[in-house]
Design a protein around this ligand. Structure first.
Ligand SMILES: C[S@@+](CC[C@H](N)C(=O)[O-])C[C@H]1O[C@@H](n2cnc3c(N)ncnc32)[C@H](O)[C@@H]1O
Length: 230
């Protein structure tokens, strides 16, 4: 049992390899993909489904991003966080985008959003693990008028995907999270609300755990449908 790898067994049926694109029933399509390599636009092109809303909790400093690479079995260090964020933003330029992050780097990320042609509507003070100070940046691309539907101040990050999806999306929206993670917070919130989910994730182990969570929630067959690099 490889416990450090999020309790994934080596013969786990959902342990896919780098670049694999996986369809889960009729609720979601995900891929093992690397934002830094420019995989987000590649993924969207390959699956031929356009996201309309992005909700994500990406790594927001170099130590954090490097540790996720190490846990994914990829040795290279992230020393240039701005490069990571630029690749992330290139792939998420949609009308409604919500980015969770630590408060220390908010100004830098807001500036990068503006540099990438986006508009920052509002940055909320939220909570991480119910007590730590954190932020949620609400931004968008190509929108002329926006309206705040709910004050998101003070919410815990675990509850935010559900609250945002309830208030800012409708049933035709496709929800995208480039950093799907291990707990499947965004996909579970999207699927519970009846929205289609698109996601990428660097770590096959973390994605595997998330696929298990999605299948627990919605059932459906898990099928590899292609690879980003072939
Ligand atoms: C803070 S966690 C997200 C947690 C997630 N919301 C959940 O429900 O578990 C950030 C995620 O980004 C992923 N990540 C880090 N670097 C990445 C990269 N270069 N490309 C894609 N995903 C990456 C990490 O592996 C990690 O799962």
């Amino acid at each position: 049992m490889a416990t450090w790898k999020y309790d994934v067994e080596d013969n786990d049926p959902y342990l896919f390899k780098q670049g694999d694109i996986i369809k889960i029933g009729d609720v979601a399509t995900v891929a093992v993909a690397d934002i830094e390599k420019g995989d987000i636009p590649k993924f969207i092109r390959k699956v031929k489904i356009s996201p309309t809303v992005v909700y994500s909790d990406p790594p927001w400093n170099a130590g954090n991003a490097t540790s996720f690479r190490t846990k994914a079995g990829l040795p290279r260090k992230v020393v240039f966080m701005e490069g990571f964020m630029k690749q992330f933003l290139k792939g998420v330029k949609y009308k409604k985008v919500f980015i969770e992050m630590g408060f220390q780097k908010v100004k830098e990320v807001e500036d990068l959003i503006k540099e990438a042609g986006g508009v920052v509507y509002k940055t909320y003070e939220v909570k991480y693990y119910k007590k730590h100070e954190s932020r949620l940046i609400w931004c968008g691309w190509g929108v002329n008028s926006v309206q705040e539907k709910i004050d998101l101040t003070g919410y815990d990050d675990n509850d935010l995907p559900t609250i945002v999806i309830q208030h800012y999306t409708d049933k035709n929206d496709v929800i995208f999270d480039p950093c799907t993670g291990v707990e499947a917070c965004t996909p579970l919130a999207a699927i519970s609300a009846g929205r289609y989910y698109l996601g990428t994730e660097l770590s096959p182990y973390r994605l595997c755990r998330s696929i298990h969570e999605i299948v627990k929630k919605s059932g459906g067959e898990v099928k590899k449908i292609g690879n980003l690099y072939q």
